[in-house]
Design a protein around this ligand. Structure first.
Ligand SMILES: [Zn+2]
Length: 347
């Protein structure tokens, strides 16, 4: 079978590399994160091509720079890249990617041309690299104040399934998350703590005013089609400037680069850590990390995500959503993801 990786991938086992690996293994053990290298790969130095009007990078060149190996195709249309710390599953002509078993939607499909695999530079820069190599800052930022945003409220009920209003369940979940975060010594700001209407503009504005370091909007989903069979957890963060959203409904008037894009790298890292925690500990279906330019995400002046913690119209998810005990578990998983993010960026 022809490999889309024209060049053999190899790792030099110099003492320097061994030391760096040992340090990375130590960090992975310490942080439970998917770190590979301590620094991001400079994309401008890699072999590139202009495809479909976009900058694409040769996947093999990037993998080599990341000390990853192609371990062959998982199927005819899939590629696996792996090293000691990370496992990526990429599919040709698809935007779906798995990072250590967690589904991440890319902005553009992975392409194969003349037996060479390419991935868009935008996706490497704004999705894969920030997840795999969380950037360090000096001094490291602190996560002390979390803004929780229970979706809808008052005259806006959100999804309505039978007699169940989404707005009430969003608030109950937020109250559980709040309780757990306070128990861990964090300050919590709520955009609403009762059944009242708060405009979409006011929600991130309130978080900014209270100097929140993270913004988490909490929702439950419902499919537009009856008996769709769709169930599971998905987390949204703002679409990178100029890139394609995974969900483009309700985006309003398109803006260019928005406030939320200042935090592109941390948005996706936050989304990844919370999605990973929820999918692994709750056993719910993984619908992936997705992109949208929704008001609360594009106006957020701090890393921000919108959690859709299950489908109210799916019997399996609904049982969890309407159960106080299951909501406690969901809240714990969200908090564990937030704490994992906090540890990574504060290191
Ligand atoms: Zn909602």
């Amino acid at each position: 079978m022809n490999s889309p990786f024209p060049n053999a991938l190899c790792c030099r086992t110099t003492i320097q590399t061994a030391c760096r690996r040992a340090w990375s293994v130590f960090l992975v053990c310490l942080l439970g994160g998917p770190l590979i290298l301590s620094a991001q790969v400079s994309l401008d130095r890699l072999r590139a091509a202009r495809l479909n009007g976009l900058d694409y990078i040769e996947l093999s060149a990037w993998a080599t720079a990341c000390q990853m190996k192609a371990v062959g195709r998982a199927g005819n249309d899939e590629l696996l890249l792996t090293n000691q710390w990370a496992r990526l599953r990429l599919a040709f002509n698809s935007r779906k990617t798995e990072v250590n078993g967690v589904l991440v939607w890319l902005s553009y499909p992975v392409l194969s041309l003349n037996k060479t695999a390419y991935i868009s530079k935008t996706d490497l820069a704004t999705t894969l690299q920030p997840i795999l190599f969380p950037a360090r800052a000096n001094p490291p930022p602190k996560v002390r104040v979390i803004a929780l945003d229970p979706g809808h409220g008052g005259k806006d009920p959100g999804n309505l399934e039978g007699t169940k209003y989404e707005k009430y369940y969003n608030l109950m979940l937020a109250e559980e998350v709040r309780r757990l975060l306070i128990a861990r010594g964090l300050r919590v700001v709520m955009t609403r703590d009762r059944d009242k209407f708060v405009s979409l503009e006011d929600r991130p504005a309130l978080a900014r005013q209270k100097r929140a370091n993270v913004f988490v909007s909490l929702h439950f989903n419902a499919s537009s089609r009856p008996n769709s069979g769709v169930r599971g957890v998905e987390i949204y963060c703002v679409t990178p400037a100029g890139a394609l959203s995974t969900a483009d409904h309700g985006e309003g008037i398109p803006e260019g680069r928005c406030t939320g894009n200042r935090h592109d790298a941390r948005n996706i890292l936050l989304a990844y850590q919370v999605q990973k925690s929820m999918v692994r500990s709750l056993g719910m279906e993984d619908l992936g990390i997705r992109r949208a330019r929704w008001m609360v995400l594009r106006r957020a002046d701090m890393p921000a995500i919108l959690v859709e913690a299950g489908y109210m119209d799916d019997p399996q998810d609904a049982r969890r959503i309407y159960s106080a005990a299951h909501r406690k578990q969901m809240a714990q998983a969200i908090v564990d993801g937030l704490l994992a993010y906090k540890r990574l960026i504060e290191r």
